[in-house]
Ligand binder design. Structure first.
Ligand code: FSO
Ligand code: SF4
Length: 557
C-alpha cells in the first residue's frame, strides 16, 4: 500500500485507492495532499488561538480555503505544486504562531506557554519530495488505519465537507465576496480534528454545523454570482458548432469566463462551455456576447473524447480535469487551483489586474473550427429567481394536480455504469413529475425529450452543483406558499448522485436543513463506517439507491 485515498465515489473497489488513484492521482501526489492537509491543520492550530486575540488572519484564511480546495478530487495532480503549497503552509503557520504569541504576551493564555504538538511546529530538513513523502507516511489516513473506525469515518466526513465548503467559499472569493464566518468555522473544525477527546456525538454535531455553513457558503456564492452577472434566465443553449475557431472553457469559475469573453471580443474566436460551465449561458452578463456560441459536449468524464474533437484550445478553470490525451495535450491549459504536470498554466491575477489569456487566444486563431458533436438546443436557467418568476404557474400546476411531485436529482456525474440508473429513472418517471437539478449529474438525462407541463419544462436546471442552493430556496418558497411547516411534507423526493467533496457539502447542507429520506447513489461513500451509516439512517433516513423499478415505486407512491 503506497497511498490511502477514499474521498470520492470512484475510489477503487468502493474501498480505497491504495496504489494509484482511479482518477489518475499518483501515490506521490496523494501523499503530498495528505501532508498539505496536515500542515493546514497546523495553521488552524495557531489560527484559532490567534483569532481569539484578534490578530489579522486575512492571508491565512485565504490560504487555508485555497489549500483545501486544491486537494478536492480532480483539481490538482501536479506534485511540484504541492511541494510549494506545503512550504507556504509552514511559513504561514509560523507567521500566525509568532503573531498569536505576541498578541497574548502577558496573558497567561495557553497560546503563549506550554509544549506544542508536532503539527504546530514541524519543520522539514528541506523541501525535497523524498523528505516530504517520508513525513507523509507518518500522518494522513494511511497512518491511522488501526484507529477507531467510526471516529476516523466522522473525521474524514467532516474534512471532505470542509473541502467542499472551501471550494464554494473560494468561488465567492474570486468575485471579491467574503464572509469571515466561513474560514473561521473551517479553522475551528480543522482544529477540532486534532483533539483526541472528540467523541462521535461531538463529531456528528460538527458535521451538521459544517452543513449549516455550507448553506451559508452557497448563499454567499449565489449573491456573488447574481450581483456580478445578473440572475440566470430561462435560456435555449445552442449545442451545435459555428465555423470560427473556438475556445472551450470548463469548470466553475465565472470570472475566468468573463475575462475570456472580454479578451476574445472581435477576435474571430468563439467561446463554448463544457460540463459545469454550461449554466453560464443563462447569465445576462454573458448572453450579451455574440461570440458566446453555446455548449460543447457533456459532463467532465467525456473530456478525452470530446476535447480531441474540439480542435481548439481548452481552459480548465476548476475540477474536473482528466489525464490529457496526446491529441490535445498542447491545446489544454489550466488556471487557478487546477494543475496537471506539463500542462500550461495561466498565471493568477496580480493586484486586481485581469488574467492574461492571450496565449490561448493566439493558439485558437491557428486552430480549425470545432467538429460538431450534436445539434439542437438545451433549456437551462431555472435558478431560484427564474422559478419564482413563474411561481403562480407552478403553484397552479401543483394545485390542479398537473404536477404531482418534484424529484431533486442534483449532484455529480461519473464513469460508473450504475449511473445509467439516473437516465432510466428520469425517462420512466410519470409525466406529472418534474425534475429539479443542479450539478453535472444532469447530463445523464438533460438531453432526453421529457417535455413540459403547462409550459414548465420537466427538467428545471438550476445550474452548477453550488446552485443546489437554488433548489433549497425553491423548496422553502413552496413550503411558504403551501403553508407547510415541515419541509419533508412537501411533494419533493430527493435522489442525489454524488462523486466528489462538493457533493458532500451539498448533502450535509440538505441534512442541516432537516431534509430527510434522501436517496444517495450510485454507492454510499466508502469513508462512511457501518455505524456512521446507521446514524445517518436513524436520524435522516438516508438510503442507498435500489433498482430503478423499486425506487420509482417508492418515489411515486
Ligand atoms: Fe461535476 Fe466535477 Fe460541480 Fe464536481 S464537474 S463533479 S460536484 O467537480 O463540482 O458537479
Ligand atoms: Fe481514488 Fe477518488 Fe482519491 Fe482519486 S480522489 S485517489 S479516485 S478516492
Amino acid at each position: 500500500m503506497s497511498m490511502y485515498c477514499y474521498q470520492c465515489q470512484e475510489t477503487s473497489k468502493n474501498n480505497a485507492c491504495t496504489i494509484a488513484g482511479v482518477c489518475g492521482k499518483t501515490s506521490e501526489t496523494a501523499s503530498l495532499q495528505d501532508l498539505l492537509i496536515w500542515t493546514v491543520k497546523g495553521i488552524a492550530f495557531w489560527g484559532v488561538k490567534g483569532r481569539n486575540f484578534k490578530i489579522d488572519l486575512t492571508e491565512a484564511d485565504d490560504f487555508v480555503i485555497k489549500a483545501l480546495f486544491t486537494t478536492v478530487t480532480n483539481v490538482n495532480f501536479d506534485a511540484n505544486r504541492f511541494v510549494d503549497w506545503i512550504e507556504q503552509a509552514v511559513q504561514i503557520r509560523d507567521d500566525v504562531r509568532k503573531r498569536a504569541q505576541t498578541a497574548c504576551h502577558g496573558d497567561s493564555g495557553e497560546a503563549c506557554t506550554g509544549t506544542f504538538p508536532d503539527i504546530a511546529e514541524w519543520h522539514p530538513k528541506d523541501y525535497q519530495i523524498e523528505t516530504l513523502l517520508a513525513k507523509a507516511e507518518m500522518i494522513g489516513v494511511i497512518s491511522e488505519l488501526e484507529t477507531n473506525e467510526d471516529i476516523r469515518s466522522l473525521r474524514e466526513l467532516l474534512v471532505y465537507g470542509l473541502k467542499g465548503l472551501a471550494a464554494y467559499t473560494e468561488h465567492a472569493g474570486v468575485l471579491d465576496t467574503f464572509n469571515e464566518a466561513l474560514p473561521t468555522f473551517v479553522m475551528q473544525a480543522l482544529f477540532a480534528t486534532l483533539d483526541d477527546k472528540m467523541d462521535a456525538d461531538k463529531y456528528v454535531q460538527l458535521v451538521l454545523k459544517c452543513g449549516e455553513m455550507g448553506v451559508q457558503a452557497m448563499a454567499l456564492l449565489d449573491q456573488a454570482n447574481t450581483s456580478h452577472y445578473g440572475h440566470p434566465e430561462p435560456t435555449q443553449v445552442n449545442l451545435g458548432v459555428r465555423e470560427n475557431p473556438g475556445i472551450l472553457i470548463s469548470g466553475h469559475d465565472l470570472r475566468d469566463l468573463e475575462e475570456l469573453l472580454l479578451q476574445t471580443e472581435g477576435s474571430g474566436v468563439d467561446i463554448y462551455t463544457h460540463s459545469e460551465m454550461l449554466p453560464a449561458n443563462a447569465y445576462p452578463a454573458f448572453k450579451k456576447y455574440s461570440h458566446f456560441a453555446g455548449n460543447y459536449g457533456g459532463s467532465w468524464w467525456h473530456q478525452q473524447e470530446e476535447f480531441a474533437k474540439f480542435n481548439g484550445p481548452i481552459l480548465m478553470t476548476t475540477n474536473c480535469i482528466v489525464k490529457p490525451k496526446e491529441s490535445y495535450q498542447e491545446r489544454i491549459f489550466t488556471s487557478g487551483l487546477v494543475g496537471w504536470p506539463e500542462v500550461k498554466h495561466i498565471a493568477d491575477r496580480v493586484n486586481g489586474a485581469t488574467k492574461d489569456f492571450s496565449a490561448i487566444i493566439e493558439l485558437a486563431k491557428q486552430c480549425a473550427a470545432p467538429q460538431a458533436l450534436e445539434e439542437g438546443q438545451l433549456t437551462i436557467g431555472f435558478a431560484h429567481q427564474a422559478v419564482l418568476n413563474v411561481a403562480d404557474q407552478v403553484v397552479e400546476a401543483v394545485q390542479s394536480g398537473a404536477i404531482k411531485k418534484f424529484v431533486v436529482m442534483a449532484g455529480c456525474d461519473g464513469r460508473h455504469k450504475a449511473r445509467s440508473y439516473y437516465t432510466d429513472l428520469a425517462e420512466q418517471l410519470p409525466k406529472d413529475h418534474v425534475i429539479l437539478t443542479a450539478g453535472c449529474a444532469k447530463y445523464r438525462y438533460n438531453k432526453l425529450e421529457l417535455g413540459e407541463i403547462n409550459g414548465i419544462p420537466r427538467v428545471l436546471d438550476a445550474g452548477q452543483c453550488n446552485d443546489s442552493y437554488s433548489l433549497v430556496v425553491i423548496a422553502q418558497k413552496l413550503a411558504e406558499v403551501f403553508e407547510v411547516k415541515d419541509i419533508n411534507d412537501l411533494p419533493i423526493a430527493y435522489d442525489i448522485a454524488w462523486y466528489e467533496q462538493k457533493a458532500v457539502i451539498v448533502l450535509l447542507a440538505l441534512l442541516s436543513l432537516g431534509v430527510k429520506n434522501i436517496r444517495l447513489g450510485p454507492t454510499l461513500p466508502a469513508f462512511l463506517s457501518p455505524n456512521v451509516v446507521d446514524v445517518l439512517v436513524k436520524n435522516f433516513n438516508i438510503m442507498p439507491i435500489q433498482s430503478v423499478a423499486e425506487d420509482l415505486q417508492a418515489i411515486t407512491a
